[in-house]
Design a protein around this ligand. Structure first.
Ligand code: C5P
Length: 248
């Protein structure tokens, strides 16, 4: 793959103009956006909703994490804004059914490390990085539809999405979930450290000037603190049928 674009195996390439608009020619593929803070369950819920509807998935956080990983691997100075934008623009990314590769090397586990996520959240306020990743994200919009998860999916990337979800959960519930996930993967984790990192990351994501984490005006807020994954998925599917009739 070249030119710094994403590739999804088997997906047809849209035409230039259609690609610029984030759509395939003649079709406006529907998008369900799921935004929310870190570890709110967005990723799992997005995959489950997409499977139920036969839609594709965009894990936009993975692109920010891949940028962070590339910065670490190339030894780029994280304060050099020109170099950061260049890294984001030229990322060689291939999403495959079990994860993602960066420049041909498996990166699925590497990008899930806490220090990579923290660096991603420190790079994410950079307007050049965000601009570099914008069209990449819109290129995932293909028939029959897309479920996109992140921080600014409903506000910036897909403002015309017919269904927008803002998925929240209490910070302690999120830290406990993340702790459990890490321990299940055999990675050591400390709840207090995770709570502190998560609060700092929330503050950075919500407080930044560019594309802050905020619910779109027309988003449905879903609080998953006391919901199982199945219940959260069902709540979104219940919202999808009327949203589709209204404009999807
Ligand atoms: O969602 P995830 O935790 O994988 O994202 C990693 C970081 O990437 C977030 O903390 C956030 O700063 C950034 N991000 C973003 N916009 C998105 C998705 C992720 O700024 N749409």
């Amino acid at each position: 793959m070249s030119g710094g674009q994403n590739r999804m195996p088997g997906a047809p390439a849209p035409s230039g103009a259609a690609k610029a608009a984030g759509r395939d020619a003649g079709t406006v593929a529907p998008v369900i956006t799921i935004d929310g803070p870190t570890a709110s369950g967005k990723g799992t819920v997005a995959h489950r909703v997409a499977t139920a509807l036969g839609f594709g998935v965009l894990d936009s956080g993975a692109l920010y994490r891949l940028t962070a990983l590339a910065v670490l691997q190339c030894g780029v100075d994280p304060t050099d804004v020109v170099a950061l934008e260049q890294v984001a623009r030229t990322l060689q990314v291939v999403f495959h059914p079990n994860g993602v590769t960066l420049a041909g090397a498996e990166a699925s586990d590497l990008i899930r490390q806490e220090h990579v996520g923290n660096l991603a959240s420190r790079l994410a306020p950079n307007p050049g990085v965000r601009a570099a990743l914008l069209e990449r994200q819109r290129a995932f919009r293909r028939p029959p539809g897309l479920v996109a998860d992140g921080r600014d999916m409903g506000t910036i990337v897909f403002p015309d999405a017919p269904l927008k979800i803002f998925l929240v959960a209490d910070v302690r519930a999120r830290a406990e979930r993340r702790c459990k996930q890490l321990i299940e993967k055999g990675i050591s984790a400390n709840l207090d450290d995770l709570l502190r990192d998560m609060r700092e990351r929330d503050a950075r994501d919500m407080g930044r000037a560019v594309a802050p984490l905020v619910a779109a005006k027309d988003a449905h807020v879903v609080d998953s603190s006391n919901l199982t994954i199945d219940q959260t998925v069902q709540a979104i599917l219940d919202l999808w049928s009327p949203a589709r009739l209204d404009g999807g």
